[in-house]
Write a protein that binds this ligand. Structure first.
Ligand SMILES: [Cu+2]
Length: 257
């Protein structure tokens, strides 16, 4: 108990200066189970334990993993354990609390090796197609979404580029994200090498959830996933990497019920 509060104090002192948000170096996840964005068809098929392997050894007492449902209720058993040679953190999942939906994994790790703190989030989801009432529910949701799509679309001009992000159907769970980058001459921007999205919900301490968009055509990128995993205020940060030009950074603030 004393040791735990000591670590909490150390964490709060070091937290400000040493929080490493970089995905490279430090204790970064190398393997996830469930995997990022994994979709399970049944509750039975999810593993008993969630495990994350890191690039450096986590300090167990100063690290945490939380798995939450769409209502932000924990569905893990709060029994974090470390397999030190494997640099692997594990936590048991309480399957009695699991139903169809999207689940958020928040992890924070203090590296034993470099003393730095890293944090991040990812999502997985369960369709539970075995459940007939759930099938009906999904059918109803599909019907509703066909009637009136509350699609989000917003445009910013940044570095002389018209950036439009659209989200459909704009609800908790699975969404399609589309990004277009059009020059002021009306032509799609051709020198883009990568487009990255990160999802953050600061109110609930979720994030960053990273995603790399796929190119559909010149200046047109798309992603699909359950990144918006809980209701509330989200900040979607877009990074457009360009060849022979500066990166473009643009944030989109959304509120989703
Ligand atoms: Cu570090």
């Amino acid at each position: 108990m004393l040791l735990k509060s000591l670590y909490a104090i150390i964490l709060s002192i070091l937290g400000m200066s040493l929080l490493c948000l970089s995905a490279y170096g430090h204790a970064s996840p190398t393997t996830y189970n469930p995997q990022q964005n994994q979709i399970f068809q049944t509750i039975q098929s999810i593993p008993d334990k969630l495990t994350i392997v890191f690039s450096e050894t986590p300090e167990l007492k100063a690290s945490s993993i939380k798995v939450t449902d769409q209502n932000n209720n924990r569905i893990d058993k709060n029994d974090l354990s470390l397999a030190e040679p494997e640099k692997k953190l594990s936590i048991s999942l309480d399957k009695s609390k699991v139903q169809a939906g999207t689940y958020t994994v928040n992890w924070i790790v203090l590296s034993k090796d470099d003393g730095h703190i890293t944090k991040g989030s990812y999502v997985f989801s369960i369709n539970n197609n075995n459940n007939s009432s759930n099938k009906q529910q999904q059918q109803q949701q599909t019907n509703v979404s066909n009637q009136s799509l509350p699609t989000y679309s917003k445009r910013f001009i940044n570095n002389n580029v018209n950036i439009t992000l659209s989200i459909s159907p704009y609800k908790i769970g699975n969404n399609t994200f589309n990004l277009t980058a059009i020059g002021l001459d009306g032509k799609p921007v051709g020198n883009i090498s990568n487009v990255f999205l990160t999802f953050n919900n600061p109110d609930k301490g979720i994030g960053p959830i990273p995603n790399t968009m796929k190119q559909i055509s010149t200046g047109n990128y798309s992603s699909n996933g359950n990144f918006i995993s809980q209701p509330g205020n989200w900040v979607i940060k877009v990074v457009i990497q360009r060849i022979n030009a500066y990166d473009i950074n643009q944030s989109f603030d959304i509120k989703i019920q």
